[in-house]
Design a protein around this ligand. Structure first.
Ligand code: PMV
Length: 312
């Protein structure tokens, strides 16, 4: 049997402005993972078992545009495998689905690694990343490439549309606490609403995007030079700008406030906004009780789920 797993991801700074050409930073979330196991089947066909999405089927039964089916076809094609071997694929994941944590990209990366190794053609990260990007297109249409890159390399990344993605090495470790409002908020909608506003007054909104871009560049510097307190301040400023961009909500603001009051160095919404997740920053050197205080405070302020992850 071959198995592989891949972490989740979260956007640290720069969401929304990134759509308009500004840079963004994202980090892996190693506490949640997608795992894929592959082993031979005694029956003919490619048998997929993905209990998290209640899927149990043979590949050919699935419609060709099912994201998992087209991912597998893409993968077999790129490995030059024809006809398909008889095998079992089990996909499991602790990454919450459709919540900005990159569950789709993590499944793709784990699938590519487990299957290519099983078929005797293990791939280097660069190829895994390229193929995972192709699969992201099947899920999202026009993905930026940030999810598959953070997840493939399991490192923080600096991303700007149309430029090669760069991975970063933080000088000091830091801890991110992710609080989920529990409110579903399709990223597509907040992105579309902001676009309507931008179309009416480009000058106004682009001024804010440029300011976000400046903050992201300063944050990159802070991460690379181990200035974690400064990173916190930059997250706070980014949140204010996201409020101006109309993508925060009272629930997100409440969690952000609660985290700051409980001792976070900075806090902001993360991802599409309106609902979904927020993040809070704390020094990795802080005591466990410092982390617990923020986690508890987030739960009291209404967070449905809290995930704490160390970035290094
Ligand atoms: O919610 P996430 O992690 O998928 O992030 C969305 C980020 C946006 O900038 C709002 C949209 C995008 O495509 O970059």
């Amino acid at each position: 049997m071959n198995s592989a797993s891949a972490p989740g991801k979260i956007i640290l700074l720069g969401e929304h402005a990134v759509v308009y050409g500004q840079p963004a930073l994202a980090v892996p979330v190693k506490q949640v993972r997608a795992t894929v196991e592959v082993w031979p089947s005694e029956y003919r066909g490619v048998w997929i078992d993905a209990p998290d999405i209640r899927l149990k089927a043979e590949l050919h039964i699935l419609s060709r545009d099912h994201p998992l089916a087209s991912s597998l076809h893409t993968l077999f094609f790129s490995l030059g495998i024809d006809p398909f071997p008889n095998l079992n694929i089990r996909i499991s994941s602790t990454i919450p689905i459709a919540s900005g944590l990159g569950s789709g990209a993590a499944v793709s990366v784990a699938l590519i690694r487990a299957l290519s190794a099983y078929l005797g053609q293990p791939m280097p990260d660069e190829e895994v990343n390229k193929l995972a990007f192709e699969m992201e297109k099947l899920y999202h249409g026009t993905p930026s490439g940030i999810d598959n890159t953070v997840i493939t390399y399991a490192r923080p990344v600096y991303f700007m549309r149309g430029k090669p993605i760069e991975t970063l090495k933080p000088r000091e470790r830091f801890t991110i606490i992710i609080g989920d409002t529990g409110l579903p908020a399709p990223t597509k909608e907040s992105v579309a609403d902001l676009r309507k506003l931008w179309e009416k007054d480009r000058h106004l909104w682009e001024g804010i995007f440029t300011e976000v871009g400046r903050i992201v560049n300063e944050a990159r510097h802070a991460i690379e030079y181990g200035k974690i307190k400064e990173l916190g301040e930059l997250m706070d400023r980014n949140h204010e700008l996201l409020q101006q961009l109309t993508v925060s909500s009272s629930e997100l603001d409440r969690l952000v406030e609660a985290a700051r009051k409980a001792g976070a160095l900075g806090a902001k919404l993360s991802g599409g906004g309106r609902g979904g997740n927020m993040i809070a920053l704390i020094d990795a050197a802080s005591s466990n009780s410092g982390v617990t205080a923020i986690e508890e405070s987030l739960k009291r302020a209404g967070a449905r789920r809290v995930i704490t992850t160390r970035v290094e």
